[in-house]
Design a protein around this ligand. Structure first.
Ligand code: ADP
Length: 272
């Protein structure tokens, strides 16, 4: 009896703990939803005034002749650059929110992924060279069709390569793409500052930034990697990082080669 009573008490305890944990999880989920809605509303409200604020500055700069004092031109240029920064943040937040709300989906189209990836990496070649870094891009033809959402793939590649430039001071960045089975593997490797092992589990969480990490610029939101993970997940793929402080980091994205999106309507084609 004592044994049974003990077991019963244990079970009740477990059930209580379970209920407490569950309501805590529900409360957290509720909070998370409220936060997402809040971000969505704020971002949305910021968009229009931001555009209205920047348009006259851009116009003033474009219309002003050579008579515009250099100091004023510099101030306006600075204002415009920071406005663009804020716009990127607002857009990232809105994109993030729409993914989280389950409103976004990858629209897969057949893409020459090797050429596209090389072109995207090339967009950052000037910035890489300005930083005195090497950039190698190895994207041979995959030899089979790949279906991705091009706009999302662009964000994935640009975010990873831009990060590599931002957190690398010597050496360089290697971008490569290859097919592996039914998937395509993108690797962005750098010889940068690296990431402490303790930080790795939270690295892809939104707003997570490694405190004290040396960077080429402090500019950033901690949204880049979270967005990369969401976009990769929308493709049914995964992203991982291997890193060693002082040596460098390698981000590996694996995404199924995919198939065209099924037509929304129309009769099914007979198989033979
Ligand atoms: P951020 O806007 O801060 O760059 P991300 O989400 O892109 O946000 O990255 C989150 C954090 O991960 C960064 O703040 C940085 O500390 C770390 N990180 C990302 N990429 C690299 C990299 N290639 N090398 C070293 N640290 C990196």
């Amino acid at each position: 009896h004592e044994l049974l009573a003990g077991q019963f008490a244990g079970a009740v305890g477990n059930a209580r703990a379970y209920a407490a944990q569950r309501s805590r999880a529900e409360a957290l989920a509720e909070l998370d939803r409220a936060k997402t809605t809040f971000f969505a509303n704020v971002s949305h409200e910021l968009r229009t005034p931001l555009t209205l604020l920047m348009a006259p500055i851009a116009d003033a700069l474009a219309d002003a002749g050579p008579g515009l004092p250099a100091g004023v031109r510099d101030q306006l240029t600075l204002a415009l650059r920071n406005g663009h920064r804020l716009q990127r943040l607002v857009n990232d937040l809105l994109e993030f929110v729409s993914i989280e709300a389950g409103r976004a989906s990858a629209v897969r189209v057949e893409t020459d992924l090797a050429a596209f990836t090389a072109e995207l990496a090339g967009v950052l070649r000037a910035a890489t060279e300005r930083a005195g870094l090497r950039l190698t891009v190895e994207c041979p033809p995959l030899g089979r069709p790949a279906f991705v959402d091009p706009r999302m793939w662009e964000k994935i590649v640009l975010n990873l390569v831009a990060n590599a430039v931002k957190y690398t001071f010597v050496g360089g960045i290697d971008v490569s793409l290859r097919a592996a089975g039914d998937a395509v593997v993108l690797e962005v490797a750098d010889t940068g500052v690296g990431i402490p092992a303790a930080e790795l589990p939270q690295l892809f969480e939104r707003f997570h930034r490694v405190a004290g990490s040396p960077a080429r610029s402090r500019e950033g939101t901690g949204l880049g990697l979270a967005l990369v993970r969401e976009l990769v997940t929308l493709h049914g793929g995964s992203v991982r990082v291997d890193s060693e402080p002082g040596v460098g980091s390698t981000f590996t994205v694996t995404v199924p080669l995919g198939a065209p999106d099924a037509p929304a309507e129309g009769p099914a084609t007979p198989s033979d």
